[in-house]
Design a protein around this ligand. Structure first.
Ligand code: FES
Ligand code: FES
Length: 167
């Protein structure tokens, strides 16, 4: 049977792409399998866990719930686009400093939810932070350290001993 294909044009992590792809694949399949950007994770595949969170036109979305075709004309960021060529992005550093990473499976998704939050609301309050990461499940770390890391990132990435413990 012939597979229907479509052409999608979008920007991902600052690079323009024009790709012919199977019409029915998800944005997550496009990112992981076609572009081989493996930082974005597949957990549940049904919009429940947040592991696949990416930023599309400034909003955090679950890539498993989008068709790749819906990315046409969009500006997309994955965790690879967040990370500088060397070292860590301030959000990543805040997660390290707060010990907010264990197995790390949830982490790219939470970083991208945080990035979307801080793009829209540079100085979020605690409740806005909770709302922003409410769709991201973590089975390891406990949420207090994650919330603290997002607070630190919003405050400008307080480092090491200078940070205030909130847990
Ligand atoms: S893999 Fe997309 S929400 Fe779980
Ligand atoms: S660090 Fe393991 S799922 Fe969050």
């Amino acid at each position: 049977m012939k597979t229907n294909t479509i052409v999608v044009c979008f920007t991902i992590n600052g690079e323009k792409k024009e790709l012919q792809i199977p019409a029915a694949i998800s944005a997550l399949e496009l990112i992981r399998d076609v572009l081989e950007l493996k930082g974005t994770k597949e957990g549940c595949g049904i919009g429940e866990c947040g592991a696949c969170t990416i930023v599309v036109d400034g909003k955090a979305v679950n890539a498993c719930l989008m068709f790749a075709a819906q990315l046409d004309g969009c500006e997309v960021m994955t965790v690879e686009g967040l990370s500088p060529a060397e070292g860590l992005h301030p959000i990543q550093q805040a997660f390290v400093d707060r010990h907010a990473v264990q197995c790390g499976f949830c982490t790219p998704g939470i970083l991208m939810s945080t990035q979307a939050l801080l793009m829209e609301t540079p100085h979020p309050d605690r409740q806005q932070i909770i709302n922003a990461v409410a769709g991201n499940l973590c089975r390891c770390t406990g949420y207090q350290s994650i919330l603290g890391a997002v607070e630190d990132a919003a405050a400008g990435g307080l480092k090491g001993k200078s940070r205030q413990k909130t847990f």
